[in-house]
Ligand binder design. Structure first.
Ligand SMILES: [Mn+2]
Length: 339
């Protein structure tokens, strides 16, 4: 099997300082912000926040996303203006947010073309995933931040000082707070740290409604979605040898309950609540012939689920990763196979 990624044929991105990035944006007319797939509260809200900051600097900015904005994220101001098919040639700078691999932009062919035409170096990779190789012309990457939104907040604070322009209005603050709520599981995960808590305080002070963000990301669930949680929790098994907590969602579940696959978000974290489990796996028949696997673990369980995800062609973080396989789920005794 050929696991080579298309970006491995390109030179790796050069790290760029926030000052130089500001200079690059200052020279630009139009900036495109791409939210990485699968779209979530970090990738979309960090792109929306950076777009607002770039507009605050007097530039035009658009946010692009290769899939529809899920209902649960439509509360973000600017979500309705997100475009699906950008005209890439119109932009002087293209920043990709929270996107560990080039194909997860959802615009692989176009992005490969743009990165190859290196006379106009303008693709900025802003991320906190482990990347190999680092795609784009320039990169702002830090694996230790809680969310990609933290990197955007660092830009905001540096650029406010450099340009003497206030950039943290209430909608920007709420988008940035959303990135933190999303990637720290409302400040419950081990990636919650002093920087993210200080940033959250600054966002709330600037007008972000923390309770509203928490409701939108973690509470607002329909009866149908809660029934899906019920089915999934009912099927939960703990494998005695691997200490894997596992459950599954079928196409039939999603169809019968009329639930979109992305509304199942959050269930996998609950599976890993079992103290004796090492990690949790949720298999979901997202689309015909596509099984999505979501992996979670917790600090102290000494399990790096991104290693499992990578073996299966996926990726992600140490405690939260995923993969996709072609096939469907078939039950075999107490276990499941993707065939
Ligand atoms: Mn993220």
């Amino acid at each position: 099997m050929n696991n080579r990624k298309p970006e491995q044929t390109l030179p790796a991105a050069q790290p760029i300082s926030l000052d130089r990035l500001l200079a690059l944006i200052s020279q630009a007319q139009r900036v495109l912000l791409i939210a990485g797939q699968p779209i979530d509260g970090d990738s979309l809200a960090s792109a929306i926040a950076l777009a607002r900051i770039v507009r605050g600097l007097g530039k035009q900015a658009d946010v692009a996303c290769a899939s529809n904005v899920p209902e649960g994220l439509q509360f973000l101001e600017g979500a309705a203006g997100v475009i699906r098919n950008p005209d890439f040639l119109r932009y002087d700078v293209i920043a990709v947010l929270d996107c560990g691999e080039l194909k997860q932009t959802g615009y692989l062919e176009q992005m490969l073309q743009i990165i190859k035409s290196s006379e106009l170096a303008r693709v900025i990779n802003i991320d906190h995933h482990l990347q190999d190789p680092v795609y784009g012309h320039y990169s702002v990457i830090d694996h230790h931040v809680s969310a990609a939104g933290v990197l955007v907040y660092r830009m905001l604070t540096a650029w406010q000082v450099a340009t003497q322009t206030p950039l943290l209005d209430a909608p920007t603050a709420e988008a940035l707070l959303t990135t933190l709520y999303n990637d720290t599981g409302s400040f419950q995960h081990s990636n919650t740290n002093p920087e993210s808590l200080r940033m959250a305080a600054a966002c709330v002070r600037a007008g972000a409604d923390a309770a509203h963000v928490a409701d939108k990301l973690y509470r607002d669930k329909s009866r149908q979605v809660l029934k899906l949680w019920g089915r999934t929790l009912e099927r939960l098994e703990l494998h005695p040898d691997s200490k894997m907590a596992v459950s599954f969602i079928t196409r039939q579940d999603l169809q019968e309950l009329a639930v979109e696959p992305d509304e199942a978000k959050g269930i996998v974290s609950v599976l890993s609540y079992i103290p004796e489990s090492k990690f949790a796996l949720l298999l979901s028949e997202e689309a015909p012939n596509v099984v999505k696997g979501s992996l979670r673990s917790d600090e102290g369980k000494n399990t790096d689920v991104s290693r499992i995800a990578r073996v299966l062609g996926g990726g992600g973080h140490r405690l939260a990763s995923g993969f996709k396989l072609n096939g469907r789920l078939v039950r075999q005794g107490k276990s499941y196979r993707v065939v």
